[in-house]
Design a protein around this ligand. Structure first.
Ligand code: SIN
Ligand code: FE2
Length: 244
């Protein structure tokens, strides 16, 4: 392959043609989509930004409220970071490991998340939180709903990097059957609206080595976790007796 066949920095893994393919969209539900390869054209800007975030807030294994150590390593960036310990699940403005604010959300992260939400039909996504999950081979995420956010009006935008994984996408009840969705490096899944509270999880990641990320899968989950500006405005206005 001639070097002119590849975009700069993509290490020859994808041809210019592949990078310019419109992402293939697969409906997983009425308001859920897998955007295949959506992030591939962004990778060369995403990875250095990710490295910087992780230098400030390295992966750590957190405890669940039930006292189990999660197999997935966690970090966060943005105004709010999702954390868990023996006292429960919550969002925190500071990294419990050092008491400092979480690293800022890199602009390229925000832009990718907004573009993916938009492509999936959700305008005005303003993520204030990016949870970063690291799955080494064998690590998994049990079925759960994302429901520690202030409200559920915004979608969840989830980017997969590195090793492949099988994403379980269930229903609104834990006992509902789950779809098994293979996710590859560069795929983005978006769910919101009527699908916002669907159970989801990840099967144990199989051993392997990804050419860019080695022996791991990294997942970035973008959320609007705190109150939206619009909600803030309404609340302030109500507090002031409905003026403004
Ligand atoms: C999550 O639900 O927090 C992670 C999903 C994933 O890793 O794909
Ligand atoms: Fe989740």
């Amino acid at each position: 392959m001639r070097s002119s066949d590849t975009a700069p920095g993509n290490l020859g893994l994808f041809s210019e043609e592949e990078l310019q393919q419109p992402p293939r969209m697969e409906h997983l539900g009425p308001q859920s989509l897998a955007l295949r390869g959506f992030a591939l054209p962004w990778i060369e800007r995403l990875l250095p930004a990710l490295e910087q975030v992780l230098a400030q807030a390295p992966f750590r294994q957190m405890l669940t409220p039930g006292g189990f150590t999660m197999s997935v390593g966690l970090s966060s960036c943005g105004q709010l970071g999702w954390t868990t310990d023996l006292t429960g699940y919550r969002y925190s403005a500071t990294d419990p490991q050092n008491g400092y604010p979480w690293p800022r959300m890199p602009e390229v992260f925000r832009q990718l998340a907004v573009a993916a939400a938009h492509a999936a039909g959700f305008a005005d996504f303003t993520p204030d939180s990016c949870l970063i999950n690291c799955y080494r081979p064998g690590a998994k995420m049990s079925l759960h709903q994302d429901k520690n956010e202030h409200d559920y009006s915004a979608p969840i935008v989830s980017l997969s990097l590195g090793l492949p994984a099988v994403f379980l996408f269930g229903g609104l009840q834990r006992s509902d059957r789950s779809l098994r969705v293979p996710l590859l490096h560069g795929d983005v899944v978006v769910w919101g609206g009527v699908d916002r509270l669907r159970y989801h999880g990840v099967l144990p990641v199989k051993d392997g080595s990804h050419p860019l990320l080695g022996q791991q899968r990294i997942n970035l989950t973008f959320r609007q976790a705190g109150p939206t500006l619009e909600l803030d405005r309404k609340r302030r206005s109500a507090e002031q007796g409905g003026q403004g």
